[in-house]
Write a protein that binds this ligand. Structure first.
Ligand code: AP5
Length: 226
């Protein structure tokens, strides 16, 4: 692959953020997580944040035109010359088409879409116990990945909070939004031959290993060695 343009796909709570951080360390590519970008804007009370907050708190998606502009400027930057990791984008068919169009303009394309497969029941368990670092979005779980000191981020010492959209009724709405708006992207990318499924209901380290293996195999295939 000339450069690695990578998309992480999966329902809320499937572990995209957890795995994205690890792949970011492995691959040394810029990591763009639209949820983190939007939460940063909400925290900083920018115009973007003010308009995004009401959608996010309801479990709805923010409008495509807002999010497409945010991502387009990042992938068309010097730091993304060798590729990027996208988490949380695209999330609708129009967003996927906009991404394809932007990459085509740059003579590039999506190289791999890694779908982290997790059931709705597992999502509810995970998001109910998630704790998120206030300063930098590092992710923990009270049972599955507890911090060393309760309520404190292991990595930067910031307080750990419950996200506003991790309330039970909003979790259910986010899942419904995923099935309606985002799941069609599974066949969108399958049809283009770039989708790989990874079983997400395993230990985080096992999921990371399978993601690494999958990327290594795709690289060999694209180099013509397999
Ligand atoms: P976003 O922040 O992207 O939320 P999401 O897709 O719902 O994903 P999450 O961050 O909830 O989960 P995750 O898959 O990253 O899982 P995590 O690693 O944290 O988006 C938020 C909102 O922003 C959207 O609802 C929307 O309003 C807006 N938005 C964002 N992008 C948009 C777009 N493109 N268009 C329009 N609107 C957009 O893991 C979850 C928990 O499980 C953690 O506690 C973790 O410790 C634990 N865990 C992880 N892996 C495992 C494992 N293997 N076993 C057990 N526990 C695990």
């Amino acid at each position: 692959m000339p450069e690695l343009n990578l998309v992480l796909l999966g329902p809320p709570g499937s572990g995209k953020g957890t795995q994205g951080e690890r792949l970011n360390e492995d691959l040394r590519l810029p990591y763009y997580a639209t949820g983190d970008i939007l939460r940063g804007a909400v925290r900083d009370e920018t115009e973007l944040g003010k308009s995004a907050k009401e959608y996010m708190d309801r479990g709805d998606l923010v409008p495509d035109e807002v999010i497409v502009g945010l991502i387009a400027e990042r992938i068309d930057s010097e730091e993304a010359r060798d590729g990027f990791i996208l988490d949380g984008f695209p999330r609708t068919t129009p967003q996927a088409e906009a991404l394809d169009a932007k990459l085509e303009e740059m003579g590039r394309s999506v190289g791999a879409v890694l779908l982290i497969d997790v059931s709705d029941d597992e999502v509810v368990k995970r998001l109910g116990g998630r704790r998120t670092c206030e300063a930098n979005g590092h992710v923990f779980h009270v049972d599955f990945n507890p911090p060393k000191v309760e309520g404190v981020c292991d990595i930067d010492g910031s307080p750990l909070l419950v996200r506003d959209d991790d309330k039970p009724d909003v979790i259910r709405k986010r899942l419904a939004t995923y099935h309606e708006k985002t799941e069609p992207l599974v066949s969108y990318y399958d049809d283009r031959g770039v989708l790989r499924r990874v079983e997400g209901e395993r230990e985080p380290d096992e999921v990371t290993e399978e993601l690494r293996r999958t990327l290594a195999t795709m690289k060999l295939e694209s180099d013509g060695a397999v």
